[in-house]
Design a protein around this ligand. Structure first.
Ligand code: 5GP
Length: 207
């Protein structure tokens, strides 16, 4: 019988490194291999919706007062501030998905990844995504065409500080090619699930 808990895959990396694109690819491959195996955690944020974003789809959009109330009531499992706004993971849906055996992919801040690892231990894995180089990262940030020169410079400075913390993660993946980075993450997920600590009961049944 497969009663294994799902795995939290917490992925961080600098803005512009392509976390979203790589994770979308990982999810596509996992869903192909095993439909329904991926759960989606919808974060709560105090930032305003952008464009066509809807409450309860991309995020739960809440006021700062509402967010702080959720923290006090223990409804948020981890949270962080990013560019003056709160972002956090609601506890209850996450526990439900893990109990169902679903894996959950997180694009999350560094503190968020480390907090999830602290709370969930073996039920989680942390991955840091590196750009192939800072020149490449700068080109990607400029290529978006949405940022002013000052903003690009600020994001690059932030990226340099973030990269210094890559060693706090369990795995590091370089995004020089989306498909290769996605395959690396799949390999990490497979390895995590094969860890002896996660398979001890299966092994005992065979004794
Ligand atoms: P954005 O405003 O661009 O949607 O998100 C900004 C950043 O917030 C993202 O890069 C993502 O890593 C981070 N983020 C989104 N949701 C959460 C969350 O629930 N917890 C934490 N710690 N960070 C989050």
């Amino acid at each position: 019988m497969n009663e294994r808990r799902g795995l939290i895959v917490a992925v961080s990396g600098p803005s512009g490194v392509g976390k979203g694109t790589v994770l979308a690819k990982v999810e596509e491959l996992l869903e192909q291999a095993n439909p329904g195996s991926i759960g989606h955690s919808i974060s709560v944020t105090t930032r305003a919706p952008r464009g066509s974003e809807q409450d309860g789809v991309e995020y739960y959009f809440r006021t700062t007062e509402e967010f702080e109330q959720m923290i006090r009531e223990g409804k948020i499992v981890e949270y962080d501030k990013y560019v003056d706004n709160y972002y956090g993971t609601p506890s209850e849906p996450l526990e439900r998905m893990l109990d169902k055996g679903q894996d959950i992919l997180f694009d999350i801040t560094i503190e968020g990844s480390l907090a999830l690892e602290n709370k969930f231990g073996d039920d989680s894995v942390t991955i840091f995504i590196l750009p192939p180089s800072f020149e490449e990262l700068e080109a990607r940030l400029r290529g978006r065409g949405t940022e002013t020169d000052d903003k690009v410079k600020a994001r690059l400075a932030a990226a340099k500080n973030e990269v210094k913390r890559a060693g706090e993660f369990e795995y590091i993946v370089t995004n020089d090619d989306i498909d290769r980075a996605a395959r690396d993450i799949l390999a990490i997920i497979t390895a995590e699930k094969l860890k002896a600590s996660k398979n001890i009961y299966t092994a005992k049944e065979l004794e």
